[in-house]
Design a protein around this ligand. Structure first.
Ligand code: RFL
Ligand code: PHB
Length: 402
């Protein structure tokens, strides 16, 4: 029996409608390059998936410059500082005074909502709920994306495929393993994250290093708090009833000045394992990887989504140059240009993570060294500037890109 196949063609086929895939599609459209985004999950799932919350100064600027800043500027919270907390005292790092820049607290799912709305304005360029997605011919001039939807097989022929399908996607694993070098560190802990209906107890984020483990106070709006606790990587949520979560947050975030959290209804909870990961190179033939498909950072530096934005900005520029003058060198330069920034961000995310978390095999020496690191950042303008410069974001354009 002949199987029906629906065939179409596009310049760039994109796998994954997270921040990387959606923003790439948006940037390409602005450059007059057509793309289609193939996504495994539903629109509602993407729009409700709670993840990152901090946009670097330049990430917010990119969204604004490309027409996506209106709601962010209305509803997002501009933060000019953050607190490092240890030994029961909070120390403010004045990002604005140290770097001239701040960050924007605006949920990743809100960015995703804005991007989906902007892309769907231009037609059916996002295909949701695609099954059995695969990529073929990635080392040829004629790669293609294949998927099933509603019992029909689909094939999209493209010039290039952008693998924006996250850490567990199929793009990176379609590359022959011998063509890749993977760098990885898995941490012996995870984060238990909760979304709670209670006004944030602090108007700026608090990163707390405590003997019981790390805790973070963040937020999504003046009414909604986002809080995290270091926990075992495979923590069973059944063992974390709401009362235990509030008790532990209170213990780790309490201070000698009487600061206290106000518990409220917990709307959502989840556990995230933590790793540092980089895949090199970021391109195999005509498949280009971006975002979490190519690298993962532990969330302590608030960098994952920002790195994804940096990658696709460079990729969009490379593709623009390719189409303007068939410049294959621009495509070859994509990965190396991104990797320089990626490794600096890896370093920062690792440094924040090891400074603030408890490791089971910490010796008393390690603990004193961690506290000395925190003390140094809290009391040295030079050390605080290093943290601040990385936190608000290193420049996305190092001048050596395609
Ligand atoms: P995503 O967002 O994972 O999107 C990948 C998309 O690909 C789809 N997909 C497939 N589609 C088709 N076929 C397949 N076979 C597919 N397999 C997967 C998925 O459904 C999904 O829609 O990757 P992207 O676009 O690279 O974006 C990366 C960011 O999502 C990630 O780095 C951040 O969320 C990380 N992160 C943070 N980043 C920040 O910049 N600032 C933060 O404050 C921050 N906090 C966090 C975070 C991540 C966290 N978790 C849950 C991992 C806090 C947490 C707790
Ligand atoms: C968040 O608001 O979800 C958040 C903020 C800062 C981080 C990680 C996550 O470092």
């Amino acid at each position: 029996m002949a199987v029906q196949v629906h065939r179409e063609r596009v310049q760039v086929g994109i796998v994954g409608a997270g921040p990387a895939g959606l923003l790439l599609s948006h940037l390409l459209a602005q450059a007059g390059i057509e793309s289609i985004v193939v996504e495994a999950r539903s629109r509602i799932h993407l729009e409700e998936r709670i993840r990152a919350g901090v946009l670097e100064h330049e990430t917010a600027a990119v969204l604004r410059e490309t027409g996506l800043g209106d709601r962010m500027d209305r509803e997002g919270l501009v933060h000019d500082g953050l607190f490092l907390q240890f030994l029961g005292a909070a120390h403010r790092i004045d990002l604005k005074a140290l770097t001239g820049k701040g960050v924007m607290v605006y949920g990743q799912h809100e960015v995703v909502k804005d991007l989906i709305a902007a892309r769907l304005n231009e037609g059916e360029v996002i295909r949701f709920e695609c099954e059995n997605v695969s990529v073929r011919g990635i080392d040829t001039q004629a790669p293609s994306i294949h998927y099933e939807h509603g019992g029909v097989n689909h094939e999209i022929a493209c010039d290039f495929i952008a693998g924006c399908d996250g850490f567990h996607g199929i793009c990176r694993t379609s590359i022959p393993p011998e063509a890749l070098t993977l760098y990885e560190r898995v941490y012996p802990f995870g984060w238990l994250g909760v979304l709670a209906r209670t006004p944030p107890a602090s108007h700026e984020l608090i990163y707390a290093g405590h003997d019981n483990g790390f805790a973070l106070l963040s937020m999504r709006s003046p009414e909604i708090s986002r809080l995290y606790l270091q926990c075992p990587p495979d923590a069973d949520l059944a063992l974390w009833p709401d009362e235990r979560i509030w008790e532990e947050l209170d213990a780790r975030l309490s201070r000698s000045d009487g600061f206290r959290l106000t518990p409220g209804p917990i709307l959502q909870k989840s556990v995230t394992a933590m790793r540092s990961f980089v895949c090199e190179p970021m391109r195999f033939g005509r498949l280009l990887l971006a975002g979490d498909a190519a690298h993962i950072v532990p969330p302590t530096g608030a960098k994952g989504m920002n790195l994804a934005v940096g990658d696709v900005r460079v990729m969009a520029r490379a593709l623009e140059r390719y189409y303007a003058r068939h410049d294959g060198d621009a495509i070859a330069a994509y990965g190396p240009a991104c990797l320089r920034r990626i490794w600096r961000v890896q370093r920062f995310s690792w440094w924040m993570t090891q400074m603030l978390h408890r490791f089971d095999d910490d010796s008393p020496f390690d603990r004193r060294r961690q506290l000395a690191d925190l003390d140094y950042v809290a009391h040295s303008r030079a050390a605080a500037t290093t943290l601040a410069e990385n936190y608000v974001g290193l420049p996305m354009d190092w001048g050596d890109g395609p």
